[in-house]
Write a protein that binds this ligand. Structure first.
Ligand code: PGA
Length: 219
């Protein structure tokens, strides 16, 4: 069975008590050996979730959804890489929502990758096209997320995802995960694609039962 990354992206959702309820449900399930489950959560939840994972021995890796491109210092409102490293192993960088709404350019994305790598955080960098991919200058896991597929209920066709994943791998030689309207009904069609190493799930990760069903159906 091939190894798979199954990542949840909670985006700007979940309070502390909602997160605790989610974890309580999730902790009743066991994760198959060949899967690496990563949860990208809001900064405000990193502390309590990392604590919960340790105390309860959950096999979930934790990630933040963003990182400052600056080191520590006078950057009001920013969270720098070492602050994330205290709680998490991963950081998601360059999501299309950050590029579109918060003006993140390829240059900023690269600075964030560098800031994360400098402290030993693992990175998953989102791209929605080959130009964005080509601008990344270091090794990283790549998340291919076509904009039209995000949050629309219309994932890109599996064949097209596989073709694009192959092209991305030819350019970058990296692990490739796909994101965009993945749910427990369609995940299998994507998990089994030759060039896809995992899935990034937004909406369908917010409910613990749905996320568990994604994990079950992907294997
Ligand atoms: P979606 O989001 O699964 O809700 O389409 C995916 C993402 O934006 O990472």
């Amino acid at each position: 069975m091939k190894n798979l990354i199954i990542a949840g992206n909670w985006k700007s959702n979940m309070t502390k008590s909602e997160a605790r309820d989610w974890l309580e449900k999730f902790s009743l399930e066991s994760i198959p050996e060949h899967m690496e489950v990563i949860l990208f959560v809001p900064y405000t939840l990193l502390d309590i979730i990392s604590g919960y994972i340790k105390v309860n021995g959950l096999s979930i890796k934790l990630g933040s959804q963003n990182v400052s491109r600056f080191p520590k210092g006078a950057h009001t409102g920013e969270i720098y890489a070492n602050q994330i490293k205290e709680f998490a192993e991963y950081v998601l960088i360059g999501h299309s929502e950050r590029r579109a709404t918060f003006g993140e350019t390829d240059e900023i994305v690269n600075k964030k990758i560098e800031a994360a790598k400098n402290v030993g955080l693992k990175t998953i960098v989102c791209v929605s096209n080959l130009d964005q991919l080509k601008s990344i200058y270091t090794d990283t896991i790549v998340a291919y997320e076509p904009i039209e597929a995000i949050g629309t209920g219309n994932p890109e066709l599996p064949k097209d995802v596989d073709d694009m994943s192959l092209r991305i791998k030819e350019i970058k030689n990296s692990k490739l995960i796909y994101g965009g309207s993945i749910n427990s009904d369609n995940i299998k069609n994507y998990a089994e694609l030759e060039n896809v190493n995992g899935l990034l799930i937004g909406m369908d990760s917010l409910n613990a039962d749905s996320f568990i069903n994604n994990i079950k159906n992907a294997s």
